[in-house]
Structure formats: structure tokens, C-alpha cells
Design a protein around this ligand. Structure first.
Ligand code: C5P
Length: 232
């Protein structure tokens, strides 16, 4: 029997980089919202028992309705109000995770193209190591800059990977990492960073290049093309 799992979806971003009034996860993409597509990618996951979406106060009811419509009976759906930063949104969702969950998956609301086989591989690694994330080798050389935009160093590209989601953790480990980050007033742009700074190992699992984070207007055009291609 696989570990009982809970999924947290941070969806409370304002979407300013997309230059739209509607927050990104709630934009329509070829007939349904990005959020619906994203959550649907996780429904076939074995032992998924709970989905918690962090959203804005204004979209709380719409999100509850969406969860009711798309989730099968064996998966419990909850919507909570998010916070000012992604990390605060996840903190609020983490408070609602059911006791029975052993693994917690965190996945950006705006990554609808994650593949099932990669989610499974990441769950397997998280069960073994305690913490795992999907990513891809960086195709570009990465420059580390100083505050004046001068290049400080060029880390070897073969060691540079782009972090994606899902990022998957044993529940106790993630809860402890969030407790410490809050205590020490530390914020990061992903969850794995909070585990790393505790000195705990985190495993990188190779994911897919299509698991993009829909961030800029051009990404929506790319997303429509991907959906059309997947329909063929
Ligand atoms: O801003 P960023 O690209 O890191 O957003 C990644 C995800 O985090 C998005 O799904 C966004 O809706 C969510 N987010 C959130 N609460 C915030 C900021 C971002 O749930 N305060």
C-alpha cells in the first residue's frame, strides 16, 4: 500500500508578470482554467487523499466549487486563504493537512503539463530520501551576479539544474522546515531550500522540459500549442 499523500497547490499569486487582471491559475486555457488542468494531473496518483489550494479571499468560493466538481469522492478538497509570499501561502495550507498524510507534494498552480511518470518517480525518491524535487539540467550557462550586475562567477553548467515542482517531502520534515524558517524569519522561492538549510539531503529527479511555469504572456501561447499537440 503506497504512502497516503496530500497535495498543496499555491495559487494565491497576483499574476502581475502575466499583465492580466485575473490571477494566472484562473485564466482559461483551451476551455478550462489552468488550475483545473494542474489539479487534474494529480488525480490518478495512488493514495492521494487530500488537495489543499491556497488562494485569494475573493476566489475562495470559486476554488471550493472547482474542487467539488473535479475531485473524486476518495480525495478531500480544501481551499484556504494564501499569504503575501508563496511560502506564507504554503504555510497556511500545511496547517490543514490531515494527520494520516505521510508524503506532502507541493506543486505550483501554473504548471499544468507535469507528467504522471515524473510525479511517480519523485514520490518514490521522497519516500526513500525524505525530500525530492523535479528539475531539468540547465540548458543555459548560469551567471552569478553582484548587486551592480557585474558577473561574480560562472558555476559549471553540468552542475546547474532548474528546480521545478512537484517538490515532495515526508510530512514531519516539511513541517519542521517551515517551523524553523518562520522562527528564523527566512524566506525562499522554493520549499526544498528550507530542507537544505536544515542540512537534510534533497534528491533531484529529472523531470520533463514541458513542465514549464506559465509566467509570461508568451507562455500562454506556448501552452495552447502544447494542448493542441497532446490532443493529436
Ligand atoms: O510567483 P511564483 O512564480 O513563485 O509563483 C509560483 C506559484 O506560487 C504560483 O502558482 C502562484 O499562484 C503561487 N503563489 C502563492 N502565493 C503568493 C505568491 C505566489 O500561492 N503570495
Amino acid at each position: 500500500m503506497a504512502d497516503p499523500k496530500a497535495l498543496i497547490i499555491p495559487a494565491a499569486g497576483s499574476g502581475s508578470r502575466m499583465r492580466k487582471e485575473t490571477p494566472k491559475p484562473y485564466l482559461m486555457l483551451e476551455g478550462c482554467t489552468i488550475l483545473e488542468r494542474t489539479i487534474s494531473a494529480f488525480i490518478p496518483l495512488a493514495s492521494l487523499r487530500q488537495v489543499v489550494v491556497a488562494t485569494s479571499e475573493a476566489l475562495l468560493e470559486d476554488t471550493r466549487d472547482l474542487l467539488k466538481t473535479i475531485l473524486p469522492d476518495h480525495i478531500d478538497g480544501l481551499a484556504v486563504v494564501g499569504g503575501a509570499e508563496r511560502q506564507h501561502s504554503i504555510r497556511n495550507a500545511l496547517d490543514q493537512i490531515a494527520d494520516e498524510a505521510e508524503l506532502v507534494l507541493v506543486h505550483d498552480a501554473v504548471r499544468p503539463f507535469v507528467e504522471h511518470r515524473h510525479i511517480e518517480a519523485c514520490c518514490q525518491a521522497a519516500s526513500e530520501v525524505g525530500a525530492a524535487l523535479l528539475g531539468v539540467p540547465s540548458r543555459d550557462t548560469i551567471k552569478h551576479l553582484d548587486d551592480q550586475h557585474m558577473v561574480r562567477e560562472t558555476p559549471p553548467r553540468s552542475q546547474m539544474w532548474q528546480a521545478q515542482t512537484p517538490q515532495i517531502f515526508k510530512k514531519e520534515l516539511l513541517t519542521e522546515a517551515y517551523r524553523r524558517a518562520e522562527e528564523e524569519d527566512f524566506t525562499a522561492t522554493d520549499d526544498a531550500s528550507l530542507i537544505e538549510r536544515m542540512g537534510h539531503p534533497v534528491k533531484m529527479v529529472e523531470g520533463g522540459r514541458m513542465n514549464i511555469k506559465l509566467t509570461y504572456p508568451v507562455d500562454l501561447e506556448l501552452a495552447s500549442l502544447l494542448i493542441a499537440k497532446n490532443r493529436k
